[in-house]
Structures are given as C-alpha cells and as structure tokens.
Write a protein that binds this ligand. Structure first.
Ligand SMILES: CC(=O)N[C@H]1[C@@H](OP(=O)(O)OP(=O)(O)OC[C@H]2O[C@@H](n3ccc(=O)[nH]c3=O)[C@H](O)[C@@H]2O)O[C@H](CO)[C@@H](O)[C@@H]1O
Ligand SMILES: C=C(OP(=O)(O)O)C(=O)O
Length: 426
C-alpha cells in the first residue's frame, strides 16, 4: 500500500498548476451515456476516480479512452451500445459518484441497475432524493439484494423540489430531465460550479436548460442529444488546497490555471486569517507575511465555504493565533482528520458538528493514517510544516482526487516522496 514520506519545514516557492475538477469530470463522463455519438472531454484530471469511472462505463459496453502522452488529460467516450446498463457493486463501492449513472442510464435506455452506494468515512450519504426525483419523472424504482433498479418507457418532465440541496442529486436529475418528455422544473438545486459545468456540456449536446448555477433549473426535454467536445473547469478544491499549502508553509506560491471566481469564500476566509492573496484572472499568488490569525468557519453549500475544504482549513487553523471554531454543516462525520492532527501536536476538540481549534501549536512528525480524500490532504498540509519526517499511510485516498500531488508539491520545494507501488500502473 502506497505511503507518503514528508519532511516538513520548506516554504513552498514558485508556480503550481491546478488540474481539471474531478467533481466536474465525473458527471460529465456520465453524461456521455446520453448520446450515441462521440464525446470528447478535455482537462480531465489523471486521478483514480476517473479511472474508476472509465471502468464503470466500459463495464456497460461503452468505449472510453483516457489519453496519455500528447493527448494527456483528454478522454474520448463512445456510448453507441450500452449492452449492460448496470453499475456493479465492485465499482460502486470504491466510488460513490457511481450513482451519477442512474439518471442518464434510465433516460437513455429506460432501465438502470445500480448498486446502492454504501456509507463512507464522511457520513451515511443516502441517494433517496435522486430516487424520489426519478419516481416523480415516472420511473418505477425497486430495491433488491443491494441494487436499485429504475425502469420506465420514457421519463416525463416533472416538478421536483429538493428537500435538501444535493450536488450529485441535482446533476443526476438534470441528466435525466434533458431526455425526458416535456418540461422539468427543479427547485432548491445545488448551485456549485460543477453543476454549471455539466449544464454547459449538456447544452453543447443540444439540451435546453435554463437557470443552471441558480437554485431553480428549468429543462425542456429533447428526444435525442448529439456528441460534444467540452473542457472541464479547473478544480477549485485542489486550488484551495494549494492556497493553504502556500500559506501554511510561509511560502510565496503562484497557484496557476484556476478560476478565482469559484474560490470567493475560500479567498475571503484566508484573508480573514491574514493570508496575503493577489488574485489574477486565472491564478492566485499566496504569501503569508507575519502571524496568521484565528477565524471561525462554517461549511455551507456554494457559494459558501465548501465542505471539501474544511479539513485543509483546519490544518491552517492549527497555525493561527487564537481559537477557531469550525462547524461542519454538510456531512455528519467529516472530522476523521482531527485525531491524526492531534497526534501531530494540534489541540482540537470536537463536539458534535463543531471542532474547536486552539491554534499556534507547533506540529511534530508522526505516523498517520489517511481516512478519506480531504482528510488526507489536511495531513499532507500539516506534514509540510511538521518538525521531522511524517509517514502518511493509505494515500490511495488522496489518489482518488489529487493528480500526482507529491510531484506537484515537490516542484515547488516540498520534501515529499511516495513509497511503495507506483500509482497509475494498470
Ligand atoms: C462527486 C461529487 O461531486 N462529490 C461532492 C458532492 O457529493 P454529494 O453530491 O454526494 O453530496 P450531496 O450534495 O448530495 O450531499 C449533501 C447532503 O445531502 C444529503 N443527501 C444527499 C443526497 C440524497 O439523496 N439525500 C441526502 O440526504 C447528504 O447526506 C449530505 O448530508 O457534493 C458534496 C457537497 O458539496 C461534496 O463534498 C462532494 O465532494
Ligand atoms: C467527498 C468527496 O468526493 P466523493 O463525493 O466522490 O466522495 C470530495 O471530493 O471531497
């Protein structure tokens, strides 16, 4: 099992490039199911979840080529034939976003069979709202032996009011609605840039969508969609992680190829902590000069502070003078990094959904365990400033969503290397 070895103490200096967003690329790959024609996606990150999605599409009869060499970061998907419209448990269990194939499969083939996603390290993660929406659109849903089955002759447009804001739920039902018969009105939708990215791709395929990026989306269904070439948005969470890396290490880092507009809440919070940021059109320079100050933070849906940056912000809070109160409002169990940060010398106490961080504590190296994707990122950030050599176990979690993070960080002066098996071997 791969591990990272990190020797702390180096300020990060230079330019680091942000890859395409995993959380945009996954729904966009699933959207290829909606057409018989070829779909080309650019700026695809080379991360493990993308490889898993490729396997998922291929297991259904699609062809999906991930470009290497000159065609790096591009994928070409052809879903002319979907001989087996099923997402098997072996694949779903490794990637919760597999549930994103439910809507497009039932819209295109009238039938989908998807293993019910299990809980994971950050909470229960039900998909009841995806299923409720599909039922409103006329699908008959059954659940047996751990599989969800959806069937219909053709989906019908419907009025869907989400009980709770859900990102992949909005995406899943948007993909169902574009091929449904008539109008679908979706209210209380997620407004994340990943939803907008997917809607832009679907529009390029001939879908009629209004309001993506707001809480109300209106879709006029069409009978057929065409192929498309679409470029995936930069990853705002990877960019945010690098901003914290620059700040926590006391460096001078240019985070390049990002979209600062998608990072407004993260930028505001870092500035509140005393981090100096120079925001450009598609890059952000981060410097920390002088002492960092504590700031309270609560995760909320976009455009608020993202839950996917909570763990990384907590690593920074350990270095801020004063007490930061961090509230996790999206997932009920997303503090798995706390015990590991405390083992490195942090002073964090958790009470329900709130973590109280008494900052300004020096961090020491330790052997630590990665429990999920963003928890792993927070441990890498802590290790960058810890005194001595930190060993991070189970870094397969970080490989799900960060493209060669150790190489990128090494490129700007971090001492980090991977032990064990080489990632990317197939
Ligand atoms: C692949 C992807 O894009 N993943 C992101 C997506 O996950 P994901 O789309 O799974 O997260 P949701 O937005 O759906 O979850 C938000 C909340 O709604 C609840 N819920 C969700 C669906 C449902 O049917 N019923 C229900 O109760 C969840 O348990 C959670 O408490 O958005 C999250 C919130 O920004 C991010 O942390 C994830 O990185
Ligand atoms: C929680 C995340 O991803 P997923 O929804 O795929 O588990 C994440 O990207 O932080």
């Amino acid at each position: 099992m791969d591990k990272f070895v990190v020797r702390g103490g180096n300020p990060l200096l230079g330019t680091i490039k942000v890859s395409g967003a995993k959380n945009s690329a996954l729904p966009c790959m699933a959207a290829a199911i909606l057409t018989e024609e070829e779909v080309v996606l650019e700026n695809i990150p080379q991360v493990r979840d993308i490889e898993t999605e490729r396997k998922l599409l291929e297991s259904m009869g699609a062809t999906c080529e991930l470009g290497y060499g000159r065609a790096q970061h591009r994928t070409t998907i052809q879903c002319a034939v979907l001989s087996d419209p099923e997402a098997k448990y072996e694949i779903v269990k490794t990637m919760r976003a597999s549930s994103l194939v439910l809507g497009p499969l039932v819209a295109r083939t009238g039938m989908a069979r998807v293993a019910a996603p299990g809980g994971c390290a950050i909470g229960g993660r039900p998909i009841d709202l995806h299923l409720k929406g599909l039922e409103l659109m006329g699908a008959k849903i059954t659940q047996e032996h751990g599989y969800i089955e959806a069937r219909t002759d053709r989906l019908k447009g419907a009025h869907i009011l989400f009980d709770k804001i859900t990102v992949t739920g909005t995406e899943d039902l948007l993909m169902a609605a574009v091929l449904a018969d008539g109008e679908t009105l979706m209210e209380n939708c997620a407004q994340e840039p990943e939803v907008t990215d997917l809607a832009a791709m679907l529009t390029g395929m001939g879908a009629h969508i209004e309001g993506a990026g707001t809480s109300t989306i209106r879709v006029q269904g069409v009978s057929k969609l065409n192929g498309v070439k679409h470029r995936i948005n930069p990853d705002r969470i990877e960019a945010g992680t690098f901003l914290v890396a620059g700040a926590i290490s006391g460096g001078d880092l240019n985070v390049d190829c990002c979209n600062p507009k998608h990072l407004a809440a993260v930028i505001a919070k870092l500035e509140e902590c005393g981090v100096r940021l120079d925001v450009g059109k598609d890059s952000i320079r981060v410097r920390s000069e002088g002492k960092l100050k504590a700031a309270d933070m609560a995760t909320v849906e976009y455009p608020g502070f993202p839950t996917d940056m909570q763990a990384q912000f907590m690593a920074l809070a350990t270095q801020c003078e004063g007490t930061s109160v961090i509230t996790e409002n999206i997932f009920e169990n997303r503090f798995m990094h706390v015990s590991e940060l405390n083992r490195m010398g942090a002073n964090i106490k958790v009470d329900g959904r709130t973590a109280t961080v008494r900052g300004g504590t020096p961090l020491q190296s330790a052997a630590v365990m990665c429990s999920d994707l963003r928890a792993s990122a927070s441990l890498v950030l802590a290790a960058l400033i810890a005194d001595g050599e930190t060993i991070l176990d189970r870094v397969y979690h970080i490989d799900r969503g960060y493209e060669r993070i150790e190489e990128k960080l090494r490129g700007v002066g971090a001492q980090i290397r991977r032990m064990g098996e080489v990632f990317g071997k197939r």
